[in-house]
Design a protein around this ligand. Sequence first.
Ligand SMILES: [Zn+2]
Ligand SMILES: [Zn+2]
Length: 277
Amino acid sequence: MAEAPALTVRFWGVRGSIACPSPAYVGFGGNTSCVEVRVAGRVLILDAGTGVRALGKLLRREGVREADILFSHTHWDHVNGFPFFTPAFEPDHAFHVFAGHLAEQGGIREAIAGHMHEPMFPVPLDVMKARLTFTDFRAGETLDLGPGVRARTARLNHPNGATAYRIEHAGRSVCYVTDTEHVPGRPDENVLGLIAGADLVIYDSTYTDAELPAKVGWGHSTWQEGVRLARRAGARRLVVFHHDPDHDDDDMAGIERELAAESDDAVVAREGLRLEL
Ligand SMILES: [Zn+2]
Ligand SMILES: [Zn+2]
């Protein structure tokens, strides 16, 4: 019998900035950032972009009543699915929400409550009947997520701040590194330190190197920088993630071809992609 994976990773939303459902995007998917990690019998949810809605339905079907929700940050594309995460409306459920960029700015609970507030949204946070806990930490700290599971974190270079995670269990590691901008020719030491020797690195690849000069200051990186960082850090596998909503399936297929020519181990994220470590 094959050994059970230590970690499984499933992609529910791979897009950045704004959801882009349309026939030209069905191949890679139009939902915004949401990645599920199952480890040591626990469910970890990395960001609650629009992709988290379908994940919530799966958790309801499976009877999963508890999960940790780790936010990279609170820009719309990473939180917009949260009000539609139906398990959070159920009593006898528990969700533990973490963020590393708001300790000095009112905290993650206030940010989420402000997002679910009239006149922008009719259902306030208080209507969620699950037991919700909110933890603000400072990017760079390490989180203990239960027996044998920890998340190291690092600060990213992004407007209003963002946090990268490295989830570790049983000698395996997956890193979630979005959203972040790099300075060409100067590898980000925070990112390199976090992803050193990791099994899998999910990386903000919104742009291509050719597109980046027109987007300086927008807070995002390129798939080519992801390849360079993963190589330099000795990470085993790169996942190109947080696709530009302006990149339709044809554009993404082109990136996939270029990526394949550049690296044997890298993969472009698409909705439904499942990886085991
Ligand atoms: Zn984003
Ligand atoms: Zn952002």
